[in-house]
Design a protein around this ligand. Structure first.
Ligand SMILES: C[S@@+](CC[C@H](N)C(=O)[O-])C[C@H]1O[C@@H](n2cnc3c(N)ncnc32)[C@H](O)[C@@H]1O
Length: 281
């Protein structure tokens, strides 16, 4: 992802709306024990971790830890939320070959919002296995994963253009492995079951996002774009303009007959809740 914490943090309102909706809808599936530690995987700037998730957690919570692969974002979160004594932020690649020893069976619940879609095919099972290993027996995973969104088609189209090709040779690593799947929920369930989870729920949620202005859309697109950080600075503007041109082809950005701009993005999120069995044979 782009590692500009300030930009992400000022354009994550819609992500927060989604997370609030998912937590309200599925909260009754979560079963709590006393004094749990909780993990948020892919915490980025820590806004969702501390402002949306933390206030909902049981008051006897020991600690919430937000992890992210991007060091810059973890430093940003540490600075921004240093006053939140129950929150801590740590650099961790969720698909790394092993989990830190101190995290092994340490968490009662692990949440992850819009992160596992960033983990490519060949590392996906490892990420699921690590989550499973970090949960205590009887613990639960609650994940929201982007499965289908026109932004991925735009990345793929732009990666084929002569102008941008050389910057995006590994575009497939940035497209959710569920995006081209005929049955994304089945695919996720298979991954979860393979590492030992029991499925409590797995569903596709249709969502729509309306952006207030074209400038906001451009900045949002920039804040979540994985390629911007690899572009020479003098080409970023041109890239984002081309991104908007592509967005018009996908009817995300349209101009109505009366001249009014409309920027609406329809997408699908996979929401899953899964438990690690209490007694593992
Ligand atoms: C779109 S952001 C979501 C942030 C936050 N959860 C939210 O809902 O606003 C996705 C985050 O996942 C992180 N990420 C991507 N791959 C990761 C990995 N392998 N391990 C840990 N974090 C990862 C990115 O750095 C980024 O901060």
């Amino acid at each position: 992802m782009n590692n500009d914490g300030e930009l992400y943090s000022s354009h994550d309102h819609e992500q927060k709306v989604d997370v609030n909706y998912f937590l309200s809808t599925y909260w009754n599936l979560l079963k709590w024990k006393n004094n749990e530690n909780v993990l948020d995987v892919g915490a980025a700037t820590g806004d969702v971790t501390t402002e949306i998730l933390l206030p909902r957690l049981p008051t006897d919570l020991k600690k919430i830890v937000g992890v992210d692969i991007e060091e810059d974002l973890v430093s940003f979160a540490k600075r921004k939320f240093k006053h939140v004594s129950k929150a801590d932020f740590v650099v961790l690649d969720i698909a790394s070959r092993t989990v830190p020893e101190e995290f092994y069976e340490h968490f009662g619940h692990i949440f992850s919002f819009n992160c596992l879609n960033w983990v490519p095919k060949e590392r996906h099972e490892q990420a699921m296995r690590n989550i499973y290993d970090m949960l205590q027996p009887g613990g639960q995973l609650f994940a929201a994963i982007v499965s289908n969104i026109a932004i991925y088609d735009i990345y793929e189209n732009m990666a084929r253009e002569n102008k941008w090709q050389r910057f995006f040779t590994t575009v497939e690593n940035y497209v959710s492995i569920y995006h081209h799947s005929a049955d994304p929920a089945r695919k996720l369930v298979d991954f979860l079951k393979k590492v030992g989870f029991v499925i409590d729920a797995c569903k596709i949620e249709d969502r729509t996002r309306t952006f207030p202005t074209l400038l906001y859309y451009k900045n949002w697109a920039k804040s979540v774009n994985p390629f911007v950080k690899y572009l020479p600075e003098d080409q970023v503007y041109d890239y984002i303009e081309d991104f908007c041109r592509e967005s018009r082809k996908h009817e995300i950005y349209t101009i109505e007959d009366d001249g009014k701009e409309s920027i609406r993005l329809n997408y699908q999120i996979l929401v899953a809740c899964a438990s690690k069995p209490e007694n593992i044979s």
